[in-house]
Design a binder for this molecule. Structure first.
Ligand SMILES: O=C(CO)COP(=O)(O)O
Length: 140
């Protein structure tokens, strides 16, 4: 079971919901997380159970970032709006930076999200199970 997070900016929420509906069967066995409003929208349209953090502007990206910092998160689908300024831009950059620090697969557009979910479906994320199994004591 992997930990997967969904985050979408407002003008990307419909795309996110459609994406999750299309691959609901792939996500079912995993532990799912999201920022506040994104999770609400997904849960309204699917049968998935998602742990919702705060809304992005209220710290949700940072809460997911905390799991990334501990190398706990396995996959993030973060559909960003590249054409709209966000009040919490520093939080967004911080989350993406931490993904790069830990080497966490993160999709910031739907094309990459599709490729990653197909990789997930094929079992290409088995290496993440090994990361958890052999995580050094001091980082647990
Ligand atoms: O702003 C967000 C990510 O930066 C998303 O937050 P919401 O899912 O609460 O809209």
């Amino acid at each position: 079971m992997l930990k997967i997070a969904f985050i979408a900016h407002d003008r990307k929420k419909e795309e996110m919901v459609n994406f999750v509906i299309a691959y609901e069967h792939v996500f079912v066995p995993h532990q799912l997380y999201s920022t506040g409003t994104t999770g609400t929208r997904i849960m309204e349209q699917t049968k998935l159970n998602i742990h919702r953090f705060r809304s992005g502007p209220l710290g949700g990206d940072q809460q997911i970032g905390a799991l990334v910092a501990d190398n706990e998160m396995d996959l993030i689908v973060f559909l960003r709006d590249p054409l709209m300024a966000q009040p919490h831009e520093p939080d967004i950059i911080a989350l993406l930076r931490l993904c790069d620090v830990q080497g966490i697969p993160v999709a910031t557009n739907i094309a990459t999200a599709e490729l990653l979910v197909k990789a997930l479906e094929r079992g290409d994320f088995a290496w993440r199970e090994l990361v958890h199994k052999y995580k050094p004591e001091e980082t647990q």
